[in-house]
Ligand binder design. Structure first.
Ligand SMILES: *[C@@H]1O[C@H](CO)[C@@H](O)[C@H](O)[C@H]1NC(C)=O
Ligand SMILES: *[C@@H]1O[C@H](CO)[C@@H](O)[C@H](O)[C@H]1NC(C)=O
Ligand SMILES: *[C@@H]1O[C@H](CO)[C@@H](O)[C@H](O)[C@H]1NC(C)=O
Ligand SMILES: *[C@@H]1O[C@H](CO)[C@@H](O)[C@H](O)[C@H]1NC(C)=O
Ligand SMILES: *[C@@H]1O[C@H](CO)[C@@H](O)[C@H](O)[C@H]1NC(C)=O
Ligand SMILES: *[C@@H]1O[C@H](CO)[C@@H](O)[C@H](O)[C@H]1NC(C)=O
Ligand SMILES: *[C@@H]1O[C@H](CO)[C@@H](O)[C@H](O)[C@H]1NC(C)=O
Ligand SMILES: *[C@@H]1O[C@H](CO)[C@@H](O)[C@H](O)[C@H]1NC(C)=O
Length: 609
């Protein structure tokens, strides 16, 4: 009845029509400007126009289409169709352009006017790389905000205290920015928060105790900051917590016992801090734990046998601590994929129960006083093992023949810093190793011919043995798959012969070549200039002669060069980048050398022999 009267404009004066229009505008939540164009809420419009004018360059070209006043139609903006207010602003750097994934960026400063978007529920401006500025201090006005995602930008400054007013906030992603300052205790007011990711910033100070109020928190990521102080005990209140990542900070004190109460925890990463004390016995109750990583702290005491109750544990990383005692037998009950205990004070013998770790792929036991004497025979039968690191474990005698029958493909073998004697066995060449480290032993053979078939080898470290013979194997190696040989250290041995083939064959990708302290002779060949990836070259303490080839100046990545005491090198140091940039000491003992950085050459000296 009323409605029908209202819609009879012929019965109204112009004033009434205007009032009606305003009523309609308010109830429909949209405005029509005099030119007929819709306009969004003036606060939303101002916020977005200010945002746009803060951006100097937008290589996604989304903002250049932000014209007119109907901001609800703009790219990346979503309005509520009842209130007409902006509820989502999503302009991620990662987008799809013509059905293909594309990474775009925006250059500029984040406008503080964004705090005018008071109906906003989702703010996503991540991965824009060059977006600078701060979180608007009045962010607390966005009372409906559920998602705040500003990761991978150049934002700085602190998290405003007012963030504590955002009681609906479910996700905060501020990772990989330049934020700093301490974490406001008002973060503890975010009772709906499920994910807090503040990784890779410069946050300092301690973790606020109020964090213990976040009953819905599932993921807490504070890695790569400069946080100090203790891990608060009340972290044990976070009953919903699944992922706790606090690595790479300056945290001190013990690991709270209360963490053992968090029965949903799947991963605990506390690596690279200054944590002390023991691994809490309560950790044996974390039945859902998949990853436990406590590397590089100052933890002491034993690896407790109740860790064997962790039915889901796939990764146990305890390297670089002061753990002592023997490894418990129960370790064999774990479904481990990685076991890393290097650089501790763990004593031998290893429990034979370890042989039932049928899923074990990566084993790191280096530098413990294990006194193994020999390589455990059960390693050979491990069906999944891929990386074996037993450096400095007191292994003696020859490399045993039984390794030949290994049940799985070994990709990494590190037996360095032991007491190995005898020869390098020729069957080793048929292993598909990517990384072989036999350095600092007493191996005394020539290199077996089978080494040339080492297809996937990337790193070879044989330094400090008594190995002999020529280097022909090195120049003939076919390693090319998938990356090619990149690191070779055979220094401190008794290799002889000349190096005229250097730079030939499959060495193209070599970045690090150390041949120092051998009995090498002959000329440095021109082909050395072919090593375009070379970063470090050490030929010191050999008996090389002749001039430095001009082509060495072509190894443009070369940063470290050592030719000391190659007594017979002579002639002018090739001028230009990079050779003249090295200190004089790089060339010391080569009396025939001259030219920068050494004293200038006398005319007669510069001619080639
Ligand atoms: C608002 O729009 C969305 C998507 O266009 C639609 O799913 C929803 O039903 C609309 N709501 C109302 C109240 O019209
Ligand atoms: C981060 O801040 C530091 C000073 O705190 C500054 O030197 C650096 O350039 C900033 N980095 C970026 C990416 O903005
Ligand atoms: C956080 O909550 C406390 C108590 O509930 C309240 O006093 C305080 O004002 C809140 N802080 C913010 C920033 O909302
Ligand atoms: C090996 O891993 C699989 C799947 O990750 C798991 O189901 C199985 O129980 C594990 N086996 C052992 C012996 O740990
Ligand atoms: C380790 O073995 C050596 C002999 O191989 C022995 O002298 C030494 O006492 C042993 N150390 C320990 C801690 O068992
Ligand atoms: C080989 O082992 C030695 C000592 O154990 C270590 O210093 C060296 O860095 C290792 N080499 C490579 C390539 O990792
Ligand atoms: C090459 O090896 C020698 C002896 O092992 C070592 O002293 C030297 O530092 C190494 N050179 C480089 C550049 O690493
Ligand atoms: C250095 O490289 C350039 C371009 O590859 C080549 O033309 C030149 O002959 C090289 N110089 C020497 C001395 O090998």
């Amino acid at each position: 009845m009323r409605k029908s009267i209202l819609f009879h404009p012929e019965k109204m004066g112009s004033k009434e029509v205007l009032v009606l229009l305003i009523i309609l505008m308010i109830t429909k939540g949209e405005c029509k400007a005099s030119d007929g164009e819709k306009t969004c809420h003036p606060n939303d419009l101002k916020a977005l126009i200010d945002f746009k004018s803060g951006i100097r360059h937008d290589d996604s070209f989304r903002l250049e289409k932000w014209i007119g006043r109907d901001c609800c139609k703009w790219d990346g903006i979503v309005c509520d169709n009842v209130t007409g207010r902006v509820i989502k602003m999503k302009l991620p750097g990662a987008m799809t352009i013509d059905d293909a994934p594309a990474q775009t960026s925006m250059d500029g400063v984040l406008s503080p006017s964004l705090s005018l978007l008071t109906s906003l529920e989702v703010l996503e401006l991540s991965g824009l790389s060059h977006l600078e500025g701060q979180i608007p201090p009045l962010i607390g006005n966005l009372a409906k905000l559920r998602t705040l995602a500003l990761s991978y930008n150049g934002l700085s400054g602190p998290i405003p205290e007012s963030i504590g007013k955002l009681s609906k906030l479910e996700e905060v992603h501020l990772n990989s920015n330049n934020f700093s300052g301490s974490l406001p205790s008002s973060l503890g007011n975010l009772s709906s928060l499920g994910t807090m990711d503040l990784t890779s910033n410069h946050f300092s100070g301690s973790i606020p105790h109020s964090i213990g109020n976040l009953m819905n928190l599932v993921n807490l990521y504070l890695e790569n900051n400069v946080l100090t102080g203790y891990i608060p005990k009340c972290i044990g209140n976070l009953q919903a917590l699944q992922d706790l990542k606090l690595s790479n900070n300056l945290l001190t004190g013990g690991i709270p016992f209360s963490i053992g109460k968090l029965s949903s925890l799947r991963s605990i990463l506390l690596d690279n801090n200054h944590l002390t004390g023991r691994i809490p016995s309560s950790f044996g109750q974390l039945k859902s734990l998949v990853t436990l990583s406590l590397q590089n702290n100052q933890l002491e005491g034993p690896v407790r046998s109740n860790l064997g109750q962790l039915q889901s544990l796939a990764e146990l990383n305890l390297g670089g601590n002061r753990l002592s005692g023997k490894l418990p037998k129960t370790i064999g009950l774990l479904p481990l994929f990685t076991l890393s205990i290097s650089n501790n004070m763990i004593e031998g013998p290893l429990p034979v129960e370890m042989s039932s770790l049928t899923n074990l792929s990566r084993l790191y036991l280096s530098f413990n006083p294990l006194n193994l004497s020999s390589i455990p025979t059960w390693l050979v039968d491990m069906p999944s093992i891929n990386a074996i690191h037993l450096a400095g474990c007191g292994i003696e005698g020859e490399i045993p023949r039984y390794l030949q029958s290994a049940a799985s493909r070994w990709a990494e073998l590190d037996l360095s810093a032991n007491h190995l004697t005898g020869s390098i066995p020729s069957w080793l060449g048929s292993f598909h190793l990517q990384h072989l480290n036999l350095s600092t032993n007493s191996l005394s053979s020539e290199i077996p011919a089978t080494f040339i078939s080492f297809e996937g080898l990337e790193e070879l470290d044989l330094h400090s043995n008594k190995l002999s013979g020529s280097l022909n194997w090195l120049f003939q190696m076919r390693c090319s798959f998938p990356f090619g040989l990149s690191y070779v250290d055979i220094s401190n041995n008794r290799f002889r012969g000349d190096i005229e083939l250097i730079g030939k064959g499959s060495q193209q990708r070599i970045t690090n070549l150390n041949l120092s302290n051998n009995l090498l002779k002959g000329e440095l060949p021109k082909s050395i200039g072919e090593l375009g990836w070379l970063w470090s070259l050490d030929l010191s303490y050999n008996q090389l002669n002749s001039v430095l080839p001009e082509s060495l100046a072509n190894a443009s990545l070369l940063e470290r060069l050592n030719l000391q005491q190659s007594n017979l090198l002579s002639g002018e140091i090739p001028q230009g980048k990079p050779l003249t940039g090295f200190p004089k000491s790089s060339y010391s003992g080569n009396r025939g050398l001259c030219g920068a950085p050494l004293p200038p050459c006398k005319r007669t000296q510069t001619s080639h022999p």
